[in-house]
Design a protein around this ligand. Structure first.
Ligand code: SF4
Length: 162
């Protein structure tokens, strides 16, 4: 299981099939990586005042839609196993108006299969290191950050192409 999500425990822990303990975690991701030779990493620099506001959910939704779109374009153009990862909890982003994740509670279909993608953190991906490897600087921020001194912060996603 990814320590990132359990120590301290994320408030979205266990809420959907896209987050721990319902994903295969770091060991599963290492296995998955054996099947892929290429990866695309994307980032969106978001104004901090938006990221720390009620608009955050809409921005995270956009991130999911973009990585899912790239994944599906890759699938249609000859890389049928391509897989996208985003950030944040799909329960909060897509199913906030529902009490539960339908897949978890009913064994039903995901309500948002076109766009909802698993969180990178749940697979133990260190987003700071990933961004560093991509040559990007990651401005750390938290809810205490001062929007006046830190103008943007990045959110990012990953698409394995294969
Ligand atoms: S039904 Fe909602 S909470 Fe469950 S996996 Fe799909 S988007 Fe996520």
């Amino acid at each position: 299981m990814a320590n990132l999500c359990s120590e301290p425990r994320c408030e979205s822990y266990g809420l959907s099939t896209s987050c721990p303990p319902n994903v295969s975690g770091p060991s599963g991701f290492r296995e998955l990586l054996k099947n892929f030779k290429h990866a695309i990493v994307i980032k969106i620099d978001v104004p901090l005042d938006i990221l720390l506001s009620s608009e955050r959910s809409g921005i995270m939704r956009l991130l999911h839609e973009i990585v899912a779109g790239i994944e599906q374009a890759a699938v249609k153009t000859g890389s049928p196993s391509s897989k996208a990862f985003a950030g944040g909890s799909c329960k909060k982003i897509f199913c906030h108006d529902y009490e539960d994740c339908r897949v978890l509670t009913e064994g039903g279909e995901c309500r948002n299969p076109r766009h909802a993608r698993p969180s990178m953190s749940g697979f133990g991906i260190n987003v700071s290191k990933l961004m560093h490897a991509a040559g990007w600087t990651m401005n750390r921020y938290n809810s205490e950050a001062d929007p006046d001194t830190t103008s943007t912060a990045p959110i990012c996603g990953l698409i394995l192409i294969g």
